[in-house]
Design a protein around this ligand. Structure first.
Ligand code: PLP
Length: 285
């Protein structure tokens, strides 16, 4: 049984209850994070908490939690739930109101909820053991503040479902100018002629922590060229490699998009090189 945290108490997840007047439930009015942890060691704890704090500030939720408070919560969840492969889900909603009214209520305490769930073992940098994934494509129909890791994920859920119903693992999203934004729950990278390329950050994408670590590791290693810039739909269609990245997947190679092979349809050498670097460095973040 999984042990969860809700508003100061630890309890079996089945016993965790919130009010239906919680604004997270009524409006998706909240911010969340998922921090991966393997054998008790977290990846990217500090940048995840920094992103959560900036998301809370962006939507005006005041929560007086320090980074140390979050560390204590995460370590307790790991201690309670076994040190396997865990996703630590951290969620803060604006809190519970006495009515349903759009304006922010005054003087209510944010709801803090956290639990852990099992994630797949971290990918090994080995072409024969990693599972290649398929993707679909769609016009990005989400809102214009995708840099905020909001709990209001209906747009993402609908895009994920679009691909899922076509037998895909993810949906790659393009804006009205046919530029790649991200995927429904991942950032996206392409490789062309040995160069690793990913869309520049702006309000159309979540600033992924995995993306950030990959870029940092590559720049420190300085062996493979990296570019952050606009990526067109044609470039995705003609890429040698395409990857999706997220905290629970790390770097996942896509070998088929809309039924067509990516490059020669096999997992690429640059994926292998970058996943090797990532695996070696990830616990330093
Ligand atoms: N983009 C979206 C829309 C996401 O939901 C996620 C992860 O949940 C990502 C990108 C990847 O972010 P991270 O690497 O921080 O997990």
């Amino acid at each position: 049984m999984s042990i969860a945290f809700l508003d100061g108490d630890y309890m079996p997840i089945e016993q965790a209850k919130i009010s239906p007047l919680d604004r997270g439930f009524l409006f998706g009015d909240g911010i969340y994070e998922v921090v991966p942890s393997y054998a008790g060691k977290m990846v990217g704890f500090a940048p995840h908490i920094a992103r959560m704090k900036s998301g809370l500030e962006a939507i005006g939720i005041q929560l007086n939690w320090s980074t140390e408070d979050w560390a204590e919560l995460c370590n307790r969840l790991i201690a309670e739930n076994g040190a396997g492969n865990l996703g630590l889900y951290l969620h803060v909603s604006r809190g519970t109101d006495t009515k349903r009214f759009h304006a922010f209520p005054e003087n209510i305490a944010p709801t803090v909820f956290a639990f852990s769930f099992e994630i797949a073992p971290a990918p090994i940098a080995d072409k024969s053991s990693v599972k290649a994934k398929k993707a679909s494509t769609a016009r990005d129909l989400r809102w214009e503040r995708c840099q905020i890791k909001s709990t209001a994920l209906l747009g993402n859920v609908l895009h994920f479902q679009q691909g899922y119903e076509q037998g895909s693992d993810e949906t790659l999203l393009f804006n009205a100018d046919n530029q790649l934004t991200e995927a429904s729950a991942c950032n996206v990278f392409i490789v062309k002629d040995g160069i690793v390329i990913t869309p520049l950050l702006d309000n159309q994408k979540l600033p992924g922590i995995t993306r950030q670590i990959i870029l940092d590791v590559l720049r420190k290693d300085a062996q493979i060229a990296v570019e952050e810039r606009i990526v067109s739909m044609d470039e995705v269609a003609n890429a040698d490699e395409v990857w999706i990245t997220s905290s629970s997947k790390e770097i996942a190679p896509i070998t088929e998009i809309d039924g067509k092979p990516v490059g020669d349809g096999s997992i690429g050498d640059i994926w292998l090189a970058v996943q090797t670097l990532y695996s070696a460095a990830k616990f330093d973040y």
